[in-house]
Design a protein. Structure first.
Length: 574
């Protein structure tokens, strides 16, 4: 009876240990929910922030739906989350602009709630950065402006057009229509009828008028954003409050934007496998004074305001191993300029993003003029060319005196000379290329040349003759190909020599098979037998996971050890 209880106790103890440990050996479910950074863009600095409400000198921005707390400017938000932005100018101030990830959102397109503007969006597949710009009604300096008596007054404000000057607006085909007592006339007509007077920078409606409606028409070729007024008589804005109002007409900003990650300017402006830099706008240096977009290109990317119709000169430089494939941007054709990787195009009336313009391309080799070399390949080509691809041409060097080269190699039997020419190739996108001859560079590339009539009974050494200086290069022979490093291009001599047992050295060669095994080495070892291990957990064993994994293994084997000891004890006592 006692032995039975003891057996049951041992069995239950082992069972408890195993049940406590084995659940740890499972495939941990991966959290597939994707989160993105959402918050304020610090291009326009705020005075303070509290729980998602950003206070600026002339207004505020509230970001709802992100869970922002305290003074945090950004939060991790799950994809699919609805975000609401409320933009509220301070008294006698205006919302000048609103940008999302550096892209302008027309203020007129947003819904309003009293003095506030509402913008809603959803977190999709990129981080979101919101940037408002508020200013006082009378100009760029933030702060309130005092009202003017009991009249309805307004000011004219604009960007790219002289503010507070109606004549310049007229010259740019912008016409203001004012509705008084259900009658619409131009501003100029009401001034002529003394219904509206001009007091410095203010336009004052007679004090007997309690309601004014206003809209602005633009018949010019430029695109403008209108704030404080409608765009037609049907959607004219109504003013009833006494004091200063504003009519603001800003040029719509068209930008060229790119970034070297998917966060800085968004996924659709992510430029991969190359760089960009705007060099000129209309044969002058780019304008980097516009606060909406003043970056012509740096290590983060670029975001530059460019007017439609401007001639843009841009450097689009691919990484090594890539080439420009797209020859148009938003329908505007790229035209190759004189300098390598430089193009011109006419700025269209739409935003431009440099995305997907570079594609993978291979180096090219031409051995058609070489009887002594059957094939050639290049490795580490980025050492010779920072962008585009390399073009290697191999040709027999007939008439070359190989005496000096053979004297560099002990036991030389015969030799064959070839010319190696190297060019950098950068595509223009129209089927032609910029080609630059390369003769010297700092870090070497690796070349492999297939030898015609290769004889495995001999060794081979490559000797370089560059500007009259001959140098025997460390050479390996792999599957009938001589492989060596070099950073100078001119004449090369492949010297055939008596076989030796020496390893690779200057003036010597070693033979390897295609798997890299050195056939001349007396210390060559057979391939090691690989141990087969079985993973008990699919979670990557890094950081804290390593300690947890080790603990789990120890518990498991502890449980197994207890079971084994219990069984042995039972057998011994039985």
């Amino acid at each position: 009876m006692y032995k039975s209880r003891r057996k049951i106790f041992v069995f239950l103890l082992a069972l408890v240990l195993l049940l406590g440990v084995l659940p740890e050996f499972h495939v941990r479910a991966e959290d597939n929910s994707q989160t993105y950074k959402v918050g304020a863009d610090d291009h326009t600095l705020w005075d303070r922030v509290q729980d998602g409400v950003f206070q600026y000198a002339a207004g505020s921005m509230e970001i709802e739906g992100t869970g922002l707390q305290g003074d945090a400017a950004q939060a991790d938000v799950e994809a699919g989350t609805e975000i609401t932005i409320t933009l509220t100018p301070s008294k006698d101030c205006v919302l000048r602009s609103f940008m999302v990830n550096g892209q302008s959102i027309a203020v007129a397109s947003m819904t309003t709630n009293g003095a506030s503007y509402i913008y809603k969006t959803k977190v999709e597949n990129a981080d979101l950065k919101f940037e408002p710009s508020f200013e006082a009604s009378g100009g760029n300096v933030p702060g309130p402006n005092p009202g003017t008596g009991n009249n309805i007054c307004f000011r004219l404000e604009g960007d790219g057009i002289s503010s507070n000057d109606y004549a310049t607006w007229k010259n740019n085909n912008i016409e203001i229509y004012i509705g008084i007592e259900n009658t619409y006339k131009t501003l100029q007509e009401w001034i002529g009828e003394n219904k509206i007077s001009v007091d410095g920078a203010e336009y004052r409606v007679v004090d007997s008028v309690d309601t004014v409606k206003v809209y602005v028409l633009n018949s010019g070729s430029g695109k403008y954003m209108i704030q404080g007024a409608g765009s037609s008589q049907e959607n004219a804005v109504t003013w009833t409050e006494k004091g200063i109002h504003s009519i603001q007409v800003d040029k719509e900003r068209i930008t060229i934007t790119w970034g070297y990650d998917s966060i800085t300017y968004g996924e659709d402006a992510y430029l991969e496998h190359g760089t960009a830099r705007i060099i000129q706008i209309n044969d002058a240096a780019p304008n980097t004074n516009d606060s909406y977009g003043n970056n012509a290109g740096d290590n983060r990317g670029g975001n530059l305001v460019v007017q439609p119709g401007d001639k843009v000169t841009v450097e689009l430089k691919p990484d090594y191993g890539y080439q420009l494939t797209n020859v148009s941007l938003n329908g505007e054709k790229l035209k190759a300029a004189k300098d390598v990787s430089t193009f011109t195009f006419t700025m269209p009336n739409t935003q431009i993003h440099f995305k997907g313009i570079f594609e993978k391309a291979e180096d090219t080799v031409d051995t058609s003029a070489a009887k002594e070399v059957t094939s050639a390949s290049i490795s580490n080509g980025a050492n010779a060319a920072g962008s585009g691809n390399l073009q290697l041409t191999v040709a027999d060097s007939t008439g070359y005196d190989m005496t000096a080269a053979q004297q560099k190699v002990a036991g030389a039997v015969s030799a064959q000379a070839v010319e190696l020419d190297l060019n950098q190739i950068v595509a223009k996108g129209d089927g032609t290329n910029w080609e630059t001859t390369i003769t010297e560079f700092t870090n070497p590339i690796t070349l492999s040349l297939g030898i015609n009539n290769y004889d495995a009974n001999y060794d081979y050494v490559v000797v370089r003759d560059h500007n009259g200086t001959t140098t025997a290069l460390p050479t390996k022979v792999i599957d009938g190909k001589v492989t060596f490093e070099t950073n100078q291009f001119s004449t090369y001599v492949i010297v055939k020599k008596e076989k030796t047992t020496a390893g690779t050295s200057t003036g010597g060669s070693s033979h390897e098979d295609s798997k890299g095994n050195d056939n001349n080495s007396s210390d060559a070892q057979p391939a090691a037998t690989q141990a087969v291990t079985q993973e008990l957990d699919v979670v990557p064993k890094t950081g804290e996971g390593i300690a947890t994994y080790i603990t789990e293994i120890m518990l498991l084997f502890g449980g197994i050890l207890l079971i084994t000891m219990g069984i042995l004890l039972q057998r011994k006592r039985g």
